[in-house]
Design a binder for this molecule. Structure first.
Ligand code: 5GP
Length: 211
């Protein structure tokens, strides 16, 4: 069954500081089912970021050309830069039966929902607001103003959580990776994703009862 199934487009969003990056890395390293979509951006690479791994870093001109050629599934402008999901890779991997992970923010997630109604939208949450603040403070790299800014942004993003199919609470990362994988597996078991199989069994049953 597994080799014949079509891949699911899995969108993973969540507040900064909830460990969604670690969750995505865990899914990719622990299971063979997943492919990570690398976004295209006009933002300059940060130290340590590699072209084609973190992002495809392109010029504004190249990005706009890709939009004109209908080469992106969705794109958004964020802090004066474009970010978008390349279409070819997503479609190719879905056809190959891989579940394609998009780690994008909520606006992009809602666009994906409109374009691919069968996409699975997951929102990663901390066990509580207090833990989120502790994690942001605990990093020790952010000023109190930046922490406040991120907490404000989390409060705003929290308004859209009901648009998602499932929340995943990241209390303990190993358990969170397993739980996320289980949710995706359960999504594969939905009847609308198994129409061909159901149809075959149904027709065989009908034929047998007529014999
Ligand atoms: P950063 O510059 O920090 O890497 O990313 C900024 C924001 O853009 C993050 O919230 C990230 O999730 C979002 N983002 C990254 N790639 C994409 C994409 O392809 N589409 C959309 N809509 N957002 C993206």
């Amino acid at each position: 069954m597994k080799e014949n199934r079509e891949g699911i487009l899995v969108v993973i969003s969540g507040f900064a500081g909830t460990g969604k990056g670690t969750l995505v890395k865990g899914l990719l390293s622990e299971y063979d089912d997943y492919a990570l979509s690398v976004s295209m951006t006009t933002r300059k690479p940060r130290p340590g970021e590699e072209d084609g791994v973190s992002y495809f870093f392109v010029s504004r001109e190249e990005f706009e050309k890709t939009i004109a050629q209908d080469g992106l599934v969705e794109y958004a402008s964020y802090c004066d830069n474009y970010y978008g999901t390349p279409k070819a890779y997503v479609e190719e991997q879905l056809k190959a039966g891989k579940d394609v992970i998009l780690e994008i923010e909520i606006q992009g997630a809602l666009k994906i929902r409109r374009i691919y109604p069968s996409a699975l939208l997951l929102f990663v949450m901390p066990p509580g607001a207090e833990e989120l603040r502790n994690r942001l403070v605990g990093r020790g790299t952010e000023t109190p103003e930046v922490i406040k800014q991120r907490m404000d942004r989390a409060a705003k993003e929290a308004e859209g959580i009901e648009e998602y199919d499932y929340i995943v609470v990241n209390d303990q990362i190993g358990a969170c990776i397993r739980k996320t994988h289980e949710i995706i597996e359960a999504a594969h078991a939905k009847p609308f994703r198994n129409e061909k199989f159901i149809q075959t069994v149904r027709e065989d049953l009908r034929r047998m009862s007529e014999e």
